[in-house]
Design a protein around this ligand. Sequence first.
Ligand code: PRT
Ligand code: ZN
Length: 283
Amino acid sequence: MTPLKIAIQKSGRLNEKSVALLKNCGLNFENYKSSLISTVSNFPLEILFLRDDDIPEYVQDGIADLGIVGENVINETEVNVQYLQRLGFGKCTLKIAIPNESNLQEIHDLEGKAIATSYPVILKKYLQQNKIDATIRTISGSVEISPGLGLSDAICDIVSTGGTLKSNGLKPFAEVLSSEAILIGKDGVDRDGVVKELMQRIQSVLTAKETKYVVLNVDRSNLDTILQLLPGVKSPTIVPLAEENWVAVHTVIQERDFWEKINRLKAEGAQGIVVMPVEKIIM
Ligand code: PRT
Ligand code: ZN
């Protein structure tokens, strides 16, 4: 069988998490920094290591069947590819930012102004949608220094923590696009067979990441109240303890409910609460 090809970033912000995701899917491969291609030994897949900007086109043109890349890059390259799965990492926002001392109040005040960006395609669409006529200055890097150099009145760039804006005397002004890493496929990619298998594995890793395995002890008299707080994958496992009338409850809960649930469980008499990471959940 010809192996499927997946393109991931060679180095940079998405590389480590893309590699970790594929490894957590049980794929065995070498991750040499020097190689451009790696063969998975236990799954019909080859991994191509590329610059992120090239990934959408490689997938569109069928050089790779699949790719992992930021939504910002996909939108900027305007390719025809399919979104297969949102991956929950590489989260960031493409924002317009202005100097702290700028007196612009709302987005239409950008009319007639100059905006520096490495995302001219996305920015142009945003300005058109909002009926703003502004000049786009395309620069490939260090966009944040351009207002200070007198090259633009605003910038449009990726923001994550906001630290870069702050240290350059800029403040967020408008949100253009929120982005995360996406698994993309060539238009019309066969979603059965190997692709389906890989997507199922990815899904089980992503679901597991959002959940915790919880074990706690409780007196039987408090069990009903505790169980109402704990919806398990199907239903919690209850194991009698050596101490009479006490049981251990095993279940999985959503990470986002975690702290709220833990405090309520304690208040309702749960003791010895142990929380463990979950590696995979196969539904
Ligand atoms: O070499 P290659 O071309 O492959 O990589 P690259 O240098 O073009 O991209 P890279 O590795 O920097 O980012 C890859 C992807 O990560 C981006 O396309 C986004 O989808 C995503 N991502 C997530 C980010 C950030 N967070 C991020 N903070 N991409 C860039 N930044 C930069 C931003 O450009 C700005 O300079 O970080 C700075 C802002 O960060 P904060 O935390 O100070 O706000
Ligand atoms: Zn890049």
